[in-house]
Design a protein around this ligand. Structure first.
Ligand code: PEP
Ligand code: MN
Length: 337
């Protein structure tokens, strides 16, 4: 971090500021110019608040030169993190996984039927929402704990690990049999939830917020990792822009940017990104070509009667075709381990 001091800063003020930095464990490099004094702060500056510094009377500006996320940063952990899911599936570091299933669990029969179909087509992990963050309180809110039991049953029958969304830390007891806990876009910055999940001992699938920058996504991952969890999977699911022909705008560049900046696996959700079944296949192929470590797709046995997100759901047959395309893209590019 670099702090530029005001010209009228007295020697006494500068010394007192430097001792404060040293007390925080930082080395201070003082560079005195003819008109300006600049302090270079060396060490872990993640606990220093730049806004607070800028508010001090002797500081003109303070700028970070390194990222405030440390655990998620590739600089301090150059090798890719490989997340192991229930000892059978791996994601990251060249290991690719397809995650598929309905937006929400609607019945035991529905989730098991979809699970068997997507598994046959190549999906490694089953998704299904039990707690649904709906825009309207009058829309279907999910089956809650009962939905998780139905997912568990589908897991028992197929052997597929399951991922489902948590909305509140007080639901954690119900997630015992869940293999990956999902934090939805709307909760990406629910910091109390993130802190709690960092201590829960399970892999976390963290979705990018609707209006969040890549840096904010990484800072949210940092919250989870600060609690001791090293298995965080990041998910690009589209962000809100001025575009209206798609539900969100899929930021494919986030895959490459994230893989540069973090060692954590990065997956893509083309279903919520586009909001239209016909757009899922091209975006899934593009995500695979861009090097995503996984793709999550909504699949429903009868999209027209789905209780949630039916317009973006693929039928099992459509999903099978996408899975084959993704396999072909990865094969052609030599991405498979
Ligand atoms: C979901 O995956 O079911 C979901 C609600 O997605 P998002 O949080 O990305 O909107
Ligand atoms: Mn959905």
């Amino acid at each position: 971090m670099i702090a530029v001091l005001r010209q009228d800063a007295t020697q006494e003020q500068i010394e007192s500021l430097c001792s404060w930095f040293r007390e925080k464990g930082l080395d201070v490099h003082i560079s005195r110019g003819e008109y300006q004094t600049i302090l270079g702060l060396i060490g872990d500056t993640s606990r220093i608040d730049t806004d607070l510094l800028c508010g001090l009377s002797i500081i003109e500006s303070a700028t970070r030169v390194s990222e405030p996320y440390k655990s998620a940063n590739r600089k301090f952990h150059p090798q890719d993190t490989v997340v192991s899911v229930s000892d059978t599936v791996r994601i990251g570091g060249g290991h690719f996984a397809l995650i598929a299933g309905p937006c929400s669990v609607e019945s035991g029969e529905q989730i098991t039927t979809v699970a068997q179909a997507v598994q046959k087509a190549g999906a490694a992990i089953l998704r299904g929402g039990a707690f649904k963050p709906r825009t309207s309180p009058y829309d279907f809110q999910g089956l809650g704990g009962e939905g998780i039991k139905m997912l568990s049953q589908a897991k028992q029958i197929t052997g597929m690990p399951i991922v489902t969304e948590i909305m509140n830390a007080n639901q954690l007891d119900l997630f015992e049999d869940v293999d990956i806990i999902q934090v939805g876009a709307r909760n990406m910055q629910n910091f109390d939830l993130l802190k709690e999940l960092g201590r829960c001992g399970k892999p976390i699938l963290l979705k990018r917020g609707l209006s969040s920058t890549i840096k904010e996504l990484l800072m949210s991952a940092e919250y989870i990792m600060a609690g001791g969890c090293e298995e965080v999977i990041l998910c690009e699911r589209g962000i809100r822009t001025f575009e209206t022909y798609t539900r969100n705008t899929l930021d494919l560049s986030a895959i490459a940017v994230l893989q540069e900046r973090t060692h954590l696996p990065v997956i893509v959700d083309p279903s919520h990104a586009t909001g239209a079944a016909r757009l899922v296949a091209p975006m899934a192929r593009a995500a695979a070509a861009a090097g995503a470590d996984g793709i999550m797709i909504e699949v429903h046995n009868d999209p027209a009667s789905a209780l949630c997100d039916g317009v973006q759901a693929l039928t099992p047959e459509q999903f099978a075709a996408v899975a084959a395309d993704v396999k072909a893209v990865r094969g052609a590019l030599g991405l498979d381990k």
